[in-house]
Design a protein around this ligand. Structure first.
Ligand code: SF4
Length: 223
């Protein structure tokens, strides 16, 4: 079984609640969405079988927090992912999945070997992707078997209605889930400031724990 992998590298996590943790990143090629704010346009890949990828992961020095499977969308190649997750677990590594939160059937097949799920919620007004709420609902139900947090990109275009729909989803499925509000890094911070402050306040009023965390790798200039 082969999978298309765009790159394998070590760095520090630049997003979400594990910001700054050292990780080995495995970037899968290909995505089932095409978000308007996407900064991951991939055009090259190398084919690996699960053992080849695991051997490459092992080349990195110990001392990292976890192996981050990112993309693209890793769950598009879930049968391959399942094999690598198992090899990692046998070796004592922690598996961290970064995902767009839509492929719930595929998640169901791999959730047993995942430790942490960093799940995007695509707010229609900022992603341009239409309504994905039903997919996100089923996805979060499965992801909440493990540690999970949600990340939403906040742009000038993001509507209050979409934020409230995301908060309702969290309250209904897993009220302990943390919501990360991530300012769209391609828009000027001063134009987002007021909206971010207001959204953060609304999260707290609606009893959802929220953190405002920008993409730090862009701020400090690491990969
Ligand atoms: S889900 Fe992620 S990788 Fe896929 S298009 Fe959206 S931002 Fe890009």
């Amino acid at each position: 079984m082969k999978a298309r992998i765009a790159e394998v590298f070590d760095s520090v996590q630049g997003e979400g609640i594990y910001l700054g943790e050292r990780q080995v990143f495995v970037r899968f090629f290909g995505c089932n969405l095409s978000c308007s704010f996407c900064d991951t346009r991939l055009n090259r890949f190398v084919e690996y079988d699960p053992e080849e990828l695991f051997d490459e992961i092992k080349l990195y020095q110990d001392g990292f927090h976890s192996i981050s499977f990112t993309g693209g969308e890793p769950l598009l190649q879930h049968l391959f992912l399942k094999e690598v997750l198992k090899l990692n677990k046998k070796h004592g590594y922690k598996n961290y999945l970064e995902t767009n939160g839509t492929l719930h059937h595929q998640l169901e097949e791999v959730i047993g070997d995942i430790d942490i799920v960093a799940m995007d919620v695509k707010l229609p007004s900022s992603s341009g992707m239409g309504q994905l709420w039903n997919m996100h609902y089923h996805f979060l139900k499965i992801a909440s078997q493990k540690e999970v947090f949600i990340k939403a990109i906040i742009s000038e275009e993001t509507s209050l209605e979409d934020l409230k729909a995301a908060l309702a989803l969290i309250r209904e499925v897993d009220s302990s889930c943390i919501m990360v509000l991530q300012p769209n890094s391609s828009q000027p911070a001063d134009r987002l400031k007021e909206k971010i402050e207001n959204f953060s306040l609304i999260c707290s009023r609606e009893k959802v724990t929220a953190c405002v965390i920008p993409q730090m790798h862009k701020v400090v200039g690491v990969k």
